[in-house]
Design a protein around this ligand. Sequence first.
Ligand code: DHE
Length: 550
Amino acid sequence: MRGFLIALMLVVAFMAGGMTCGTTQAIAGDHPEKDPAHVLTPEEFEATRQVYFDRCAGCHGVLRKGATGPNLTPEKMIPKGNKKLRDMLWYGTAKGMPGWGKMGVMTAEETDLMVKYMYNEPPVPPQWDMTAIKDSWKLIIPPKKRPSKPEHNRDVDNFFGVVLRDAGQVCIIDGDTKEVISTVDSGYAVHILRMSASGRYCYSIGRDGKATMIDMWMKKPETVAEVRCSLDARSIDVSKFKGYEDKYAVVGGYWPPQIIVLDGNTLEPIKLVSTLSYTYDTEEFHPEPRVASIVASHTAPEWVLNIKETGQIWLYDYSDVSNPSIKMFEAERFLHDGGWDASKRYFLVAANARNKISIIDVVDRKFIANVDTKGTKPHPGRGANWVDPEFGPVWATGHIGDDVISIIGTDPEGHPENAFKMVAKVQALSSGNLFIKTHPKSKWVWVDHPVSKKEKNRTTLGVFDKANIKAGIFKTVKVADYGKAVHMEYNKAGDEIWVSIWGNLGDADKGKAGEIVVIDDATMKIKTRIPNLLTPTGKFNVYNTVRDLY
Ligand code: DHE
């Protein structure tokens, strides 16, 4: 009876939407062998499970088997002991784990509870199948009731979709006038946005797996459909190949680990594919192979899906969407974020816990290489592409755990000696980098440091000169005196670079919940600020996102 009640509580907690993992097992008292000092009350367990989901699950997995961060199952944790675990949680580690206590994100009490939580078995969350997905689908404004042409004279191509992360909202900003023209609710701790191939719709994915779509042709852009695809997710993309524009969207689930294909006009769920499989190298079954980054091919009706824990890159042919053929490449563990080279033929993705960049060729449909970045935890976002005077076309990544930028040649035709090799490693300002960005029209490469151990670096951007990358940092630009400067994006013209200041939701009345800083790319001077935004993080310009310009 008790087990039934707990399971019921779990499903109710999940359905409530905010968060996602419940527990069927690791409630206080379920482990007779357990040290009484490790026991959490059910309330403490639930509160700590939520903190774990918010702060830890992304890197370590819901089942705590490890990915970007190490395995945290009780047999690994118990030998470490209270002091070591507490210090790691409070101060972070040299390998890139943030110091949650020191950064003011976790309180002393939460830290102590988290230490105890580590000694308990991880709870197994429920499944979320097609029936549940279909039940959650809401077609708010059907296609026939939407405008047949834009209801405004604004340039939709220069709109920015902005993630208001902790508010669980998305806002649309007119890149020409800098006006916030609409703010709509989206998923919990909404994560990324992508634009439909026509540039009309903006799709969001929340950490609760909720996908939403916003129609940017409406006078005031509104959400026209939503669906909960999974209980935990990070990625979404669209069909971009000619003839399939705006036809499909695809969501990558963290939990359950699955791929969900949706109708691009309505978000009606079409197809569900599990990623449960075997690790590419040891061929061991993995219960949680999460879908990390997704990109849409421009040269075929295909998506590139990165299956984190099994280290496989999947090329999903959506031309027969319900009967897909999926080509699997053995790449490397644990795949995370990545992007195209400038030609859109090669896809480069970080296997960040192995310090590698895995590369595939989508035209010849073959795996190319795992390139060692010689740095700890590469984290490119989608990376940055430019033509180096010496090395030719290159793509670059920064690192979470190292103060270096690694540059990889991407032109096997013109520069075969440099192709798919690390051609240079240059000094950056700091570790704690998450994103790197450039634009074909810019002379610069911009790098953020939002998780730097040094507070002052978190709001300072590093700028590198494409003409002389080997010289290291050309200039630093301080953009705020609070929060974290995170994620850069160019406007359509490629002459402004926008960066988010991710503040605290609780500081909204002090004007410190966040803003976007708009920088003149040529002079590197701050041009304007878009204030009073609630915790902005990722931002995506329609024109650049559709074309994968970075
Ligand atoms: Fe992200 C991209 C996962 C934490 C902001 N992030 C991605 C992608 C993945 C991912 C798989 C690639 C999506 C794609 O291209 O399809 N992110 C995770 C995590 O698992 C992790 C480490 C921990 C977690 O619990 O979520 C995590 N991410 C963060 C943050 O803390 C950031 C800075 C703010 C936030 O939202 O919480 C953050 N991630 C972003 C952004 C992108 C992203 C802005 C898209 C970058 C781009 O330019 O495409």
